[in-house]
Ligand binder design. Structure first.
Ligand code: THU
Length: 135
């Protein structure tokens, strides 16, 4: 899928898939997996705040639970500009993508693309545990 269409889905997820009654800060994400499938998700907040799930992880976990393992692109759109994935989400992106394009989107025509190496350099990952990419 082209980047602009993926961003549109991330914005739609922000509008329609979030549950953020506490912060009222909405974030949407959409992942494109290796087989071309796409999964969207929003942030889900819990009254016991630490149980909150970010939009990125919602989208990624939907994909992984459907058997998909490799993220080609992830688009992220939020209620303010230039919102980057949190540290936990960076680690989760690292788990499921070596060459993932991470698209930080303000709108379909205003975005920047990063690699996981830029956002999470010197990461601990499955290679440290001697596990191959094909698990
Ligand atoms: N949040 C995300 O969903 N993704 C991010 O990249 C940053 C933060 C959510 C978590 C919480 O629901 C709200 O934004 C405020 O932290």
């Amino acid at each position: 899928m082209n980047t602009q269409d993926l961003i549109k889905l991330a914005i739609k997820a922000k509008e329609e898939m979030t549950y953020a009654p506490y912060s009222k800060f909405r974030v949407g994400a959409c992942v494109e997996m290796e087989d071309g499938s796409v999964y969207s998700g929003g942030n889900i907040e819990i009254a016991s705040y630490s149980a909150t799930n970010c939009a990125e992880r919602t989208a990624i976990f939907k994909a992984v639970s459907e058997g998909k393992r490799s993220i080609v692109k992830i688009a992220i759109a939020a209620d303010s500009k230039d919102v980057f994935p949190c540290g936990i989400c960076r680690q989760v992106i690292r788990e499921f993508g070596d060459n993932t394009k991470i698209i930080i989107a303000n709108s379909e025509n205003d975005y920047k693309t990063y690699t996981i190496e830029e956002l999470l350099p010197h990461s601990f990952n499955k290679k440290d545990l001697g596990v191959s990419d094909n698990v």
